[in-house]
Ligand binder design. Structure first.
Ligand SMILES: [Zn+2]
Length: 431
C-alpha cells in the first residue's frame, strides 16, 4: 500500500503493517486493515510469552481508535489464537491494543488523560463513549501502570484514612505518603483485614519494608491502630490533626442542632401543611438564623466574610452556650499550630477546660482527646503534614462524586491512583 509509513504514523501504531485504508461512506467511518509485524506475532495475549499457532479464532475484529478530524476510525484485523504453555488456547497479543480491549492503546491513553483533567460530560461527548466504558479503560490503564512501578519505594511516613463512596454506604481505605504527598494505595473496605492487605502488599514489594515505616498517622480508629501495632510495632502512631478538628466540628454541630431544636420548640417555626403524612414546617426567626450558622461555626475565623462575622457576634450575644462550644473548637484548632513545647501544656489546659464546660458533646470529646493525647502530641512533634492527608482526602471525595455510574469500585480506585499517585497518564504519542 502506498504511504504505509504515513498511515502508521497517523494511526499511531507500532510493529504493525497497514494493509489498506478505506472510507465507508454509508457508516461515515474510516477502517484500516492491519496485521502485527512478524516480530510481534505469535505471543500470548495474557502473558506476552511466545506461543505456537492454535487456530484462526473468530475471524476479523475491530478496535475503535482516535478520530481522524471529525471521522471515527477503526482498526480491523484477523485475530488468531495461540496455544500458550500457561494459559492454553488464547487470543494472540496485538501491538495496538490491550488484551480483551475494544479500543486501541492510543484511544485508552487519551481517555485516561482526559479522566484526570476533564469533566465526565466532556470525556463522554468528546470520545463518544459511555461513562462505564471510561471506567473499564482507566481500570486497565492503571492495572498496567501499577505493574510497571514501585509505588512503595522509600516509604517511611504514611497516613491511613477512610473515605465513603456510593452515598456513604461503602468505604475505601487509602494510604498516603507524608513525604511526597502521593496516594500510594487504595482498596475497598474499612476493617482490620483491609489494613492487613496493605501491609501484606508492602512487605511483598520488598522484604523488611514494614519495619522501615517510622510514622503512621490515622484518625484514631482502633481497626487501624491495632494492625499498625501488630505489623510495625516500632512506628510512632500519630493522630491526624484535621480529623481531631473534625471531631470538634461535629461536637459544635451537635450543640447547634440542640439550640435549633430548642428554638423550634419555643415556637420559632411556621407550619406549611402536610405532605405525604408529614407536617412540613419552616424555621422562622431565631431557629432560621441558627440553621444558617453551620458554616460560620465551621470556618476558620480569619476566613469569615463580614456578614458571617456579624452572625458570629449574634451567636455570642444570643446563645452563650453555642458560642462557648465554638470557642472550645477554635481553642483545640490553635493547639496544632503551637510549637511542641507549648502544645502539651496547652492541650492539658484545653482538656480541663472542656471537662468543666457543662456541654455534654465537649465533655465526651474531651474524653476522646485524652485517650488520643499521645498520638495528638506525636503528630505535632513530628510535624506530619496534615495538609497532605486533608487535600488527598478532599480530592478523592471529589473523585467519588465523579465515579457515580461506574459499575464497580475498581475504576474509582484507578482514577484516584492515576490522579494522585504521582504517575499521571501522558497523552498518546507524547512523553
Ligand atoms: Zn500466556
Amino acid at each position: 500500500m502506498r504511504n504505509a509509513s504515513l498511515w502508521r504514523a497517523v494511526l499511531g501504531v507500532q510493529d504493525t503493517v497497514v494493509e489498506d485504508v478505506e472510507f465507508d461512506e454509508t457508516a461515515q467511518v474510516v477502517v484500516a486493515q492491519v496485521r502485527p509485524r512478524r516480530v510481534a506475532r505469535g505471543r500470548c495475549g495474557i502473558c506476552g510469552g511466545r506461543a505456537g499457532w492454535y487456530d484462526r479464532g473468530q475471524g476479523r475484529r475491530r478496535w475503535r481508535t482516535l478520530d481522524l478530524g471529525t471521522i471515527e476510525v477503526f482498526l480491523e484485523a484477523e485475530v488468531r489464537r495461540v496455544n500458550c504453555r500457561i494459559h492454553g488456547p488464547t487470543v494472540c497479543q496485538v501491538p495496538w491494543a490491550r488484551h480483551g480491549a475494544g479500543h486501541t492503546r492510543a484511544f485508552d491513553a487519551q481517555v485516561a488523560w482526559l479522566a484526570t483533567h476533564c469533566s465526565k460530560r466532556a470525556i463522554t461527548e468528546l470520545m463518544r463513549i459511555a461513562w462505564r466504558t471510561v471506567g473499564s479503560i482507566i481500570a486497565r490503564v492503571w492495572a498496567e501502570t501499577a505493574a510497571g512501578i514501585d509505588a512503595f519505594a522509600d516509604l517511611t511516613r504514611i497516613g491511613i484514612d477512610e473515605i465513603s463512596y456510593k452515598r456513604h454506604h461503602k468505604y475505601l481505605t487509602i494510604v498516603v505518603d507524608h513525604d511526597s504527598g502521593r496516594l500510594v494505595w487504595a482498596s475497598t473496605g474499612r476493617n482490620r483485614a483491609t489494613v492487613r492487605a496493605f501491609f501484606d502488599a508492602l512487605e511483598a514489594s520488598g522484604h523488611g519494608r514494614c519495619a522501615q515505616i517510622a510514622h503512621v498517622s490515622a484518625d484514631g480508629a482502633e481497626w487501624i491502630a491495632d494492625v499498625v501495632a501488630e505489623r510495625c510495632p516500632d512506628a510512632v502512631r500519630c493522630a491526624d490533626p484535621f480529623h481531631v478538628v473534625g471531631w470538634a466540628n461535629d461536637a459544635v454541630d451537635e450543640v447547634r442542632r440542640q439550640a435549633w431544636n430548642a428554638a423550634r420548640r419555643a415556637g420559632h417555626t411556621q407550619s406549611h401543611g402536610w405532605v405525604d403524612g408529614r407536617r412540613v414546617t419552616v424555621s422562622t426567626g431565631e431557629a432560621k438564623t441558627l440553621k444558617r450558622t453551620r458554616f460560620v461555626l465551621w470556618k476558620n475565623p480569619q476566613n469569615l466574610t463580614e456578614p458571617q462575622r456579624v452572625k458570629l457576634e449574634w451567636i455570642a450575644k444570643t446563645d452563650p452556650r453555642l458560642y462557648r462550644a465554638y470557642l472550645l473548637k477554635e481553642g483545640l484548632r490553635t493547639i496544632f499550630k503551637l510549637p511542641v513545647a507549648q502544645a502539651a501544656e496547652a492541650l492539658d489546659k484545653w482538656i480541663s477546660w472542656a471537662r468543666r464546660c457543662r456541654i455534654e458533646a465537649f465533655v465526651l470529646l474531651q474524653q476522646r482527646i485524652t485517650r488520643h493525647r499521645t498520638q495528638i502530641l506525636a503528630s505535632i512533634e513530628h510535624g506530619l503534614s496534615n495538609g497532605l492527608i486533608e487535600s488527598a482526602n478532599t480530592k478523592i471525595r471529589l473523585l467519588t462524586r465523579m465515579a457515580f455510574g461506574f459499575a464497580t469500585p475498581q475504576p474509582l480506585i484507578a482514577l484516584a491512583m492515576l490522579t494522585l499517585g504521582g504517575h499521571r497518564p501522558a497523552l498518546p504519542g507524547r512523553q
